[in-house]
Design a protein around this ligand. Structure first.
Ligand code: SF4
Length: 426
């Protein structure tokens, strides 16, 4: 008889779909009977624990990540709910964001958790469900006698070996959101290594899904009624030849009128690539500038050329592509004046939107901030995603002044969005 597995997690934002769980369900369908349960973050604890208690599953895997967002800050709440229950089932926690140290802490403090699934979840959960010895399962942290042991993470080299959650009908995006859009990953990983970014720690290398399979997913989603697709890649353009091939092939699917959205690094937004984006019907790009402070950019081997930036915004504008710029408030080494200059440099070219988020730090990036005397805001989120309250270069007062400055600039008519879960006073 097939093992029964329940994949469970919180839906934090209205536009999230459990794509991560969909990949796992697609990978496991032959081996187990898989159910997905996505609880709205506002759901009270009792209905969740009642549901879990009544579930006929043998194994519960609580997901704290999806490919779009990390919701690791929900982990504390999940552990609280699970701690009061005696489900009699095996219980695992999944997260890209949990490193070995944190995994050990979680297991030491929560004896009801059987193990932590780190790294890409498809293969290690398959190994778990097929009954492999814990000591042989990649990327798992578990108890062995009195010890807590962490196995090595092995990345999935051939992404084409993963079944598509859409094509094999593991998830239907339209059951999770009210409007007709879906997400597609064309790659995993990021070429860059920005020290503040947890995404650069999530995968070691960049790998790609086969182009033909992406086209098939687009066709499938169009036929289901999806009219907008967001590419989840950290940068939609990284490999020029591959991007050209994909963009050309998508633009030839001319009966399909899907509007696309992507994240892309400004380094790749040249004349030729913007034309290709326009051809494939890209309607919106999100560009992570983060800062224009030269000291910080130097430490990341990056630079900011305002002439190039302004040209890029103009080209995107001419192509009819919406431009959203991301900035981070509170980066180590930045200060009030540096942040104001970054904002001024970005607003000058008049992008459609500037989104500002306070620095938050994940377990895997915390080592980079040791010298910065960072004080975290504990009132808002829990210890798994500390948010900056002050640092060596940015006092609490200056951070508040930066927010007042942003609000003032917004009142002058600029479209500035303060990411709401960070700025609770918004
Ligand atoms: S900030 Fe963007 S480019 Fe830098 S590591 Fe993160 S995802 Fe990659």
């Amino acid at each position: 008889m097939k093992k029964k597995v329940l994949l469970v997690g919180f839906k934090v934002k209205e536009y999230e779909i459990p794509l991560e769980m969909g990949y796992v369900k697609a990978a496991l369908q032959k081996y187990a009977s898989i159910k997905i349960k996505y609880f709205d973050i506002d759901t009270e604890e009792k209905p969740i624990s009642d549901f879990l208690r009544k579930s006929d599953s043998d194994t519960i895997i609580w997901f704290t990540d999806n490919l779009i967002n990390s919701n690791i800050f929900t982990l504390k709440l999940a552990l609280k709910i699970l701690s009061g229950m005696d489900t009699g089932k095996e219980l695992f926690i999944q997260s890209y964001k949990i490193d070995k140290k944190l995994a050990r802490e979680i297991l030491a403090e929560n004896d009801f958790v059987n193990g932590i699934i780190r790294g890409e979840p498809e293969n290690n959960i398959k190994e778990l469900i097929s009954g492999m010895e814990l000591s042989n399962i990649q990327g798992i942290t578990y108890r062995k006698g009195n010890n807590i042991v962490s196995n090595r993470i092995i990345e999935i080299w051939d992404l084409g070996s993963l079944d598509s959650p859409y094509l094999n009908k593991s998830i239907d995006p339209l059951t999770y959101i009210d409007y007709c859009f879906a997400y597609i990953s064309t790659s995993r990983g990021c070429l860059f290594d920005c020290f503040f970014c947890d995404r650069s720690n999530r995968f070691n290398s960049i790998r790609y899904f086969p182009v033909e399979r992406i086209l098939e997913e687009i066709r499938f989603l169009w036929n289901k009624g999806v009219r907008r697709i967001i590419f989840t890649d950290d940068s939609f353009i990284t490999n020029q030849l591959r991007f050209k091939d994909l963009a050309n092939k998508i633009s030839k699917m001319n009966h399909i009128k899907i509007k696309f959205v992507c994240m892309v690094r400004q380094e790749f937004l040249n004349d030729e690539n913007i034309k290709l984006l326009k051809m494939m019907n890209m309607k919106e790009v999100c560009i992570g500038i983060q800062t224009t402070n030269p000291n910080i950019l130097n430490s990341m081997n990056r630079s900011f050329d305002s002439g190039r930036y302004e040209k890029m915004i103009r080209l995107l504008d001419n192509a009819g592509i919406r431009k959203n710029i991301d900035l981070i408030l509170g980066l180590p080494g930045d200060d009030l004046e540096g942040f104001k200059r970054s904002l001024e440099n970005c607003t000058k070219a008049n992008p459609d939107e500037i989104r500002v988020m306070k620095l938050y730090i994940h377990p895997k990036t915390i080592g980079h901030f040791k010298e910065e005397n960072i004080v975290f805001d504990k009132s808002r989120l829990d210890r798994f995603t500390p948010i900056i309250k002050s640092s060596k270069s940015f006092s609490e007062d200056d951070l508040n002044k930066a927010i007042s400055h942003l609000i003032k600039i917004r009142e002058q008519g600029f479209n500035i969005k303060l990411i709401p879960e960070i700025h609770s006073n918004e």
